[in-house]
Design a protein around this ligand. Structure first.
Ligand code: SF4
Length: 65
């Protein structure tokens, strides 16, 4: 899977970093930084939680073959 972010929507709430700290990090400009763009399957649950709980629906998972 690949993680995609719409930075226009991101408002820097940091929920994603709380849910999946190794994958997302809140940058100084209050926008999310993707630390791991293609996280392993062992991280799927936390990435899915980050996507689900992002208050502005800025995140999504793109499945890759
Ligand atoms: S939870 Fe959503 S709005 Fe908040 S920093 Fe992450 S991507 Fe941005």
């Amino acid at each position: 899977m690949r993680v995609a972010v719409d930075l226009e929507l991101c408002q820097g709430h940091g929920v994603c970093e709380s849910e999946a700290p190794g994958v997302f990090e809140l940058a100084k400009n209050h926008k999310v930084t993707i630390l791991e763009g293609s996280p392993g399957e062992n991280r799927r649950a936390e990435v899915e939680a980050a996507v689900r709980f992002c208050p502005t629906t800025a995140l999504r998972i793109v499945e890759e073959d």
